[in-house]
Design a protein around this ligand. Structure first.
Ligand SMILES: NC(=O)c1ccc[n+]([C@@H]2O[C@H](COP(=O)([O-])OP(=O)(O)OC[C@H]3O[C@@H](n4cnc5c(N)ncnc54)[C@H](OP(=O)(O)O)[C@@H]3O)[C@@H](O)[C@H]2O)c1
Length: 273
């Protein structure tokens, strides 16, 4: 067990990647605080984890776009665990999938607000809420979540990609501010790769662009040939949250680029046959 004596907050940890990272940390002996917006999701995940990991896990409803909820959640975690040594700012969502010009101004305005509030502002809020504690203890490990389009241009997810590009810039800039001989606080960026989760399953294709049937066929192939193995991918986070991590402001992947290219080639080949 590599994470005995560690304490972590993982946001958006009632499903998908956040939940998997929470499970991996708990198995390594870390104490973990989980959260999401929906009380049923929190209660269900908490009782599932408590059965296996007992008092090492706590949880509460917390919407990362709301500073008051984060303040209460972080305070509760400190009161129970005594410290927060790790933050994984994972909570995120995606809405429409398809070319930007198909969206009306009203829809763009609505989706951009929702996505930015959770993905970008939620990440910034989460970091702001734990940083004073990390500064006081002169130690911390923070992970932010990258995503499609953040590092390289990608079609059909422009608003989501913009939110992830913002997270990337924020993380890199903050890493410079955190370079300090007297403190050991590091922030790095995890790109899990395409992963079969609720986020992917609930992506809504723009119907004026492509039929839902064609989209779900394409998605099925992508999941079959390109998607990351969630367990293998999320385990890549561990070295970045241990005291031995000396990286700061770096992006790391949970998947192999070569396998991803090979996967897309197979899909192209199938399309030709
Ligand atoms: N899946 C992929 O292919 C992929 C690829 C690259 C990066 N990512 C990133 O990985 C992260 C996790 O995504 P996922 O695929 O695991 O999605 P997911 O299965 O939909 O899980 C998202 C989690 O975040 C919670 N959540 C959503 N909005 C929230 C908010 N405002 N405050 C607090 N919790 C919130 C959800 O629960 P509630 O609904 O109860 O709030 C849920 O627990 C995201 O940042 C995503 O952008 C995903």
């Amino acid at each position: 067990m590599k994470m005995i004596n560690e304490t972590a907050i993982i946001t958006g940890s009632t499903s998908g990647i956040g939940k998997k990272i929470a499970e991996i940390f708990l198995k390594e002996g870390c104490k973990v605080a989980i959260c999401s917006r929906n009380k049923d999701n929190v209660d269900r995940t908490l009782s599932e984890f408590q059965e296996k990991f007992g008092e090492s896990v706590i949880g509460d409803v917390c919407d990362v776009s709301k500073s008051a909820e984060l303040k209460t959640f972080v305070k509760k975690t400190i009161d129970i665990f005594g410290s927060i040594r790790i933050l994984v700012a994972n909570a995120g969502l995606s809405l429409s999938y398809g070319p930007f010009h198909y969206l009306s101004l009203e829809k763009v305005n609505n989706e951009a607000k929702k996505i930015m509030e959770t993905n970008l502002i939620g990440t910034i809020n989460s970091i702001s809420s734990v940083l004073p504690y990390m500064k006081a203890q002169k130690y911390g490990r923070i992970i932010t979540l990258s995503g499609g389009g953040a590092e390289r241009p990608l079609e059909n997810m422009t608003i989501y990609s913009a939110s992830k590009g913002g997270i990337l810039a924020f993380t890199r800039c903050l890493s410079k501010e955190l370079e300090n001989e007297n403190e050991d606080i590091k922030i790095n960026i995890f790109n899990p790769g395409m992963t079969k989760t609720n986020l992917l399953d609930s992506s809504k294709v723009i119907k004026e662009w492509k039929s839902e049937i064609n989209f779900s066929k394409e998605l099925e192939l992508i999941i079959k040939y390109v998607a990351s193995d969630i367990n293998k991918s999320c385990k890549k986070v561990i070295p970045y949250v241990l005291p031995t991590c000396n990286k700061n402001g770096k992006s790391f992947r949970g998947f192999s680029i070569i396998n991803m290219i090979k996967g897309f080639r197979k899909i192209k080949k199938q399309g030709k046959n």
